[in-house]
Design a protein around this ligand. Structure first.
Ligand code: NAD
Length: 412
């Protein structure tokens, strides 16, 4: 058995798209190289007075189609290779959904759970200050990801603005509404996962009413996807977080209430399951919405779901993908399935630029329009070229970036 790193996985997927599109070796060189990589040391004064050093990263993989765009992750395992891989995925995702952006990613190798509120703020502000020369509304626009949320975005926006001397809301997205955030951004990725799920059920000819779903990850993506799907009449039968899984709850809303009050999923009357048991449940839809590499050569063969909707980035390794394809599981790939977040981030940036804010209905309608258009394009490409949905999605995204490269030419 081989285990692939997130970067190996991303490069394998890119190589395949380049081959399918019959692009040149020059195109491969251009497309497979990140444009700007910054590693910074982020000192943190702990509440007890001790000073600790953390590694911070920001990768601007591409700026060919516009400013780079991507999340900021606080997670102890993050490193430069993974950040490059995630920035590469953001590039194809923005191109697939036709947003005027390149791709980026960043983060700090830290466990956010170990930080007090004050420590989190100091770390976020210092990180922002270290990457400040390369971010900005026309350069690179960070957003929340694993371990960060709208609070971190507010601190990032404030740090940037204090340095600029005036308010610059467009420097980050995923901000609180009162600071220029967009209605609908908090739930956008989960809403987009739900749109993808409904469309995938249509393709597979499965009735959405009562269709069963298991979700790995109960954070910003997993929770909102669960709520949206439950509201659409599907039955969420299991969810998990880092501590393990749970099944047998009556509704996601009830479980969430318990989780908010107690900080764990051990709600009385429910049953505990392991991550692997969750992945192998006999459900219609499996949604990995936690971290990379959860569906691997080892776990894929036991998967009984007919559809996988990738809420997380890079949750499936190429080995896992092969097994799912052989078993005729429909995989809606990350760059399509979880694109709702960056789509509404784009709406937020547009609203900030215009100082004119949309209604929740406008946001929802425009999100739906873009996701449905991308979904149809991927569906048609997969059918026409007889490739998997992942290959189709990458072909569309990569082709757009390659064309933009060609049209802009090579300077000097
Ligand atoms: P989050 O920090 O809000 O939630 C992550 C969830 O995963 C938590 O419930 C956590 O307990 C769980 N988790 C962590 N490690 C786990 C493990 N080993 N096994 C099982 N569960 C584990 O993060 P999020 O924003 O929901 O992001 C989740 C995934 O979705 C990431 O891959 C992220 O890059 C991707 N994503 C997020 C957004 C967004 O808008 N937040 C957009 C697109 C993609």
């Amino acid at each position: 058995m081989t285990t692939e790193s997130a970067l190996q996985t991303a490069r394998t997927q890119l190589r395949r798209a380049v081959e399918l599109l019959q692009l040149t070796e020059n195109d491969w060189q251009t497309l497979s190289t990140p444009r700007r990589i910054l590693e910074v040391a982020v000192p943190l004064r702990r509440d007890n007075g001790n000073v600790e050093m953390y590694k911070g990263f920001r990768v601007q993989y591409s700026t060919t189609r516009g400013p780079s765009k991507g999340g900021v992750r606080f997670h102890p395992d993050i490193d430069m290779d993974e950040t490059v891989a995630l920035a590469m995925l953001m590039t194809w995702k923005c191109a697939l959904t036709n947003l005027p952006y390149g791709g980026a990613k960043g983060g700090i190798a830290v466990d956010a759970h170990t930080l007090s509120l004050g420590e989190n703020e100091r770390l976020t502000r210092r990180y922002t200050s270290e990457i400040l020369p390369i971010i900005g509304p026309e350069r690179d626009i960070p957003a929340p990801d694993v371990g960060t949320d709208e609070r971190n975005m507010a601190w990032m926006m404030d740090t940037y603005s204090v340095n600029a001397g005036f308010s610059v809301p467009g420097v980050v997205t995923g901000k609180p509404i009162v600071l220029g955030g967009s209605l609908g951004r908090t739930s956008a990725t989960g809403d987009g996962v739900a749109i993808s799920t409904i469309e995938a059920l249509r393709v597979k000819g499965i009735d959405q009413k009562g269709a069963t779903v298991a979700i790995q990850g109960f954070g910003k993506v997993g929770y909102w996807a669960a709520i949206a799907l439950e509201n659409l009449g599907l039955k969420v039968v299991a969810v998990s977080d880092v501590s393990g899984g749970v099944t047998g709850f009556s509704s996601v809303a009830d479980l969430w209430k318990y989780f908010q009050a107690n900080g764990n999923l051990n709600m009385p009357g429910t049953d505990k399951i392991t991550q692997e048991e969750l992945l192998h449940l006999d459900v219609d839809v499996l949604i990995p919405a936690a971290l990379a590499d959860s569906v691997t050569e080892k776990t894929a063969s036991g998967i009984k779901a007919k559809i996988i909707v990738e809420g997380a980035n890079a949750p499936t390794t190429p080995g896992g993908d092969q097994i799912l394809n052989d078993n005729k599981v429909l995989v809606v790939p990350d760059i399509l399935a979880n694109s709702g977040g960056v789509i509404v981030s784009y709406f937020e940036w547009v609203q900030d630029k215009q100082n004119y804010f949309w209604s929740a209905d406008e946001v929802k309608q425009n999100l739906n329009d873009i996701m449905m258009k991308s979904f149809r394009e991927v569906e048609h490409m997969a059918k026409d070229k007889k490739v998997s949905w992942r290959e189709a999605a990458h072909m569309i995204g990569v082709a757009r970036v390659a064309e933009a490269h060609r049209l802009r030419g090579l300077y000097p």
